[in-house]
Write a protein that binds this ligand. Sequence first.
Ligand code: FHN
Length: 425
Amino acid sequence: MRSIAAFTIVCCFAYFALFGGPAAAENPPASKAPPEALKKWQDMRFGMFIHWGPVSLKGTEIGWSRGRPIPIEEYDNLYKQFNPEKFDADRWAQIAKDAGMKYMVFTTKHHDGFCMFDTKQTDFNVMKSPFSRDVTKELADACRRQGIKFGTYHSVCDWHNPNFSFGSPHGKVPNPNPDMDRYEEYITKQVEELIRNYGPLVTMWFDVPQDFGRPRGAKLVAKVRALQPDILVNNRSGEPDAADYETPEQRIGEMQKKPWETCMTICTQWAWKPDDHLKSLKECLHTLVKVVGGDGNLLLNVGPMPDGRIEPRQAERLREIGRWLEQYGESIYGARGGPFPRGDWGTATHKENTIYLHLLDPSLDVVKLPPIKRKIVSSSVLTGGSAAVDQTDSGIEVSVPKSDRREIDTIVVLKLDGPAADALE
Ligand code: FHN
């Protein structure tokens, strides 16, 4: 009798070993993306965020202008006029590539509930507009052609869906008969559509998990990872512990153990706004350099126009960034933040035995840095010219002649006699 029981146990173990164990628990522990997927994403350092939808016809903020100042009825019917005839996915992907951006994150659904992809879960989608083209599919395919990784932004809150707890304006109006279980089913099916039909995706970028809660967030992330194990998920699903990276917004994040990505508008509004203030090249590059100096990624947002174009002045700014990266990208791509903490002088990035000092204040005659436990074996100036570098036990002093200082960023390269990562004493 005992031998039969033992044999049965052995068979069960063998079966599970071959075919997998019972279905995961309802709320599996927060898993993460594999380290190699995270490293690839961190090495990319710079991506394009795109907020686009029929609201571009009004030039007001996506999601937030539904109900105030745009009446809900008017806002929700904008898609019936949406016909961006100049939309060219390859042109958008080319603009991203020319900017030196290595990945793209596109709004497949914002808080207004309108879906910019061919979803079977609702007719409130771009296929029902006069344009009736799957812009998400066209963008995903164009990115692949251009060697850019593609990801999707999918708002957790949905102020158009009557099953969601709240509606517009601003998600402050309780819906009369919400059913969050049915809404969870809805968004889960859409996330599955996005991964199956538009993937593999570099990231699932959730946003504003209003009233969604940690258990639902955990289940949603588990579903995402089951569909694509190497996908990266941000910290806005509802379950922050399930995140692969943090998402400081409209600000430069701080150096931290967790991976992070600053998302920031190149203008002031996420969606297109006529005559919006456009950030200068210096602002954009200082943001990128300081973000990478803090060991983060930068997701820089553009809001395309109702005719389907990325505004020419925004495209030109992006090309200016790309030209800078063509010359000095070695100090950004594949580089990590530090070892020196950011200061008024600037910031540092590093890779292997090399430190890149980004001197961001051309008025400084001397930059003083703390001591490091590695020997500086040589130095040079990536942006051209010369620098005097003096290393002692009490620290490092760097001075660049005025004539060799660059207005935006003077990059002094220090070659060490060992790894730069743990050089700081
Ligand atoms: O409300 C949104 C906002 O419109 C935009 O999409 C940003 C992008 O990170 N996220 C939310 C604000 O935190």
